[in-house]
Design a protein around this ligand. Structure first.
Ligand SMILES: Cc1cc2nc3c(=O)[nH]c(=O)nc-3n(C[C@H](O)[C@H](O)[C@H](O)COP(=O)(O)O)c2cc1C
Length: 130
């Protein structure tokens, strides 16, 4: 099951709650929807790695299931953070990463950057899913 949010405590609660049903807890830090990013959720967290790390740790602390993470290439072309995020996530205890090879600014248009996915794959030991 996938959850998203930027409030550490709520995310910890959600993690514990869905773990009664879910085999894996997946955190969505890739959603570009305006109604999501305007609350600081989804891909907006790509601009605040410390906050993202705290959320990840709260989610992991509140479950005995594997926790995985969905990210994008970055917020925009001036903020390409996928490699940095993947390394932070691996160190925080994330079990696998899915990467959408576009920035938030690109939404769903244009081609996917396969090179960034390759770079992420080379930078961590955990599984990387495209
Ligand atoms: C309408 C729509 C809804 C999506 N909803 C989710 C979602 O809830 N969670 C998620 O992780 N990805 C979601 N995605 C992203 C896709 O899973 C995928 O990462 C993205 O479309 C890039 O795929 P590509 O690399 O094959 O182009 C959504 C995509 C679209 C177009």
């Amino acid at each position: 099951m996938q959850i998203f949010g930027s409030d550490e405590e709520t995310m910890g609660y959600a993690s514990k709650y869905i773990s009664k049903l879910a085999d894996i807890v997946d955190i969505n830090m890739g959603c570009p929807a305006p109604k999501v990013v305007k609350n600081g959720d989804g891909s907006k967290l790509l601009l605040d790695i410390k906050k993202a790390e705290n959320i990840i740790k709260a989610v992991i602390k509140n479950t005995d299931k594997p926790v995985t993470l969905k990210i994008r290439k970055g917020w925009d072309l001036n903020n390409i953070v996928a490699v940095e995020f993947a390394q932070m996530a691996e160190n925080a205890g994330i079990s696998a990463i899915t990467i959408h090879g576009r920035t938030r600014s690109e939404m769903y248009s244009g081609t996917v950057d396969l090179d960034i996915i390759k770079k992420v794959k080379a930078s961590v030991k955990i599984p990387v899913i495209r």
